[in-house]
Design a protein around this ligand. Structure first.
Ligand code: PMV
Length: 326
């Protein structure tokens, strides 16, 4: 059987995905927009093997936990159904992330898994079909199929999910931007997984409806800023959008609070840097870390002396090796 190794970069959303539509297809309630990051890469090898009784997962050198294995099998089942394949698979995945950064990424993980599994199963999927497949593993993974700035479509029309895919957005900003990632809280595991937390926000937050109504406006403005090469405008939207997402989560009952005191300290530093004339806009995901959108020129000043990682825009998910098993 063929063995395929694929790689995919993580991405950070500038207009966030926070909310799903009901149903099994993992459909987002709104679109989103992200930047794929070269410095955060997952490499995944998939080998289908008729001799295996069950799927196997090795993640960063240790056996996958039951929940991780179950989500891997769910995605492999979709590939097996489409390829009319019965064999179970051996999956070996490695995150080339800074050690213990706490930036565990379902986005790069499921994008690399979808590509490696589809390729090993002999499916020649278009990038769009691959994005739809990766979405089933994790909403943000649909965006990691592509490089640079990426737009995810909510696909509100078809209902079967075939219009909920991502596509790349060219911009004069792609080569100029950098993301500075400040590791806050020493990489402790996050308190609320994004899946259950966004469902809980949708069900209980009095601010959720306002959040969902805001997203299309922020997307349109961010796309216009990208097309015009207007980093100030893009950054302002990104920071405001992230704060609005967290406001909706904080207002859930009980509250979903990802921030730690150091998160607010970093946020204040970013705003001070900006007031001092630097290109610096903050965004925060389902964890305490602060990510700063900046330029190549300002990245060293933004990075300061803290525990940070600087990343340029990354490329699309790609097959890196094909071989044959026994
Ligand atoms: O796709 P998930 O389940 O990893 O959710 C991603 C949620 C956020 O990172 C907070 C926002 C985003 O758009 O990436």
């Amino acid at each position: 059987m063929p063995i395929t190794t694929a790689r995919a970069c993580a991405n950070i959303a500038l207009v966030k995905y926070w909310g799903k539509r009901p149903g099994p297809l993992n459909l987002p309630a709104a679109g989103s927009l992200s930047l794929t990051l070269a410095a955060l890469v997952t490499t995944t090898q998939v080998a289908f093997d008729p001799a295996l009784a069950a799927d196997e997962l090795v993640l960063d050198g240790r056996p996958g936990r039951p929940g991780e294995l179950a989500r891997t099998t769910e995605l492999l089942d979709l590939v097996r159904a489409e390829a009319r394949l019965a064999a179970r698979a051996r999956v070996v995945s490695r995150n080339e992330f800074p050690t213990a950064s706490g930036l565990a990424s379902s986005a790069s993980g499921f994008a690399a898994l979808a590509l490696a599994a589809a390729d090993a199963a002999g499916l020649a999927l278009s990038p769009r079909a691959l994005s739809i497949l990766a979405r089933r593993g994790s909403g943000s993974a649909a965006r990691s199929v592509f490089g640079g700035f990426v737009r995810m479509h909510a696909g509100l029309h078809a209902g079967h999910g075939d219009d909920a895919f991502a596509e790349p957005l060219g911009s004069p900003l792609t080569d100029r931007v950098r993301m500075v990632i400040a590791i806050v809280g020493g990489g402790a595991p996050k308190a609320h997984g994004s899946r259950s937390a966004m469902t809980h926000t949708a069900e209980t937050s009095p601010l959720y409806r306002a959040w969902i109504e805001l997203v299309p406006r922020d997307l349109a403005a961010a796309e216009a800023a990208l097309a015009a090469g207007d980093l100030e405008q893009l950054g302002a939207i990104a920071e405001a959008n992230a704060l609005a997402m967290h406001a909706s989560a904080i207002a859930a009952r009980p509250a979903v609070i990802y921030w730690q005191p150091a998160t607010l300290t970093a946020l204040a530093e970013v705003r001070a840097l900006r007031a001092a004339g630097r290109a610096a806009w903050a965004t925060i995901d389902a964890g305490p870390h602060v990510k700063v959108l900046t330029t190549e020129a300002d990245a060293p000043a933004v990075a300061g002396v803290g525990d940070v990682l600087i990343s340029a825009a990354g490329g699309p998910a790609a097959v890196v090796e094909r071989g044959r098993g026994a």
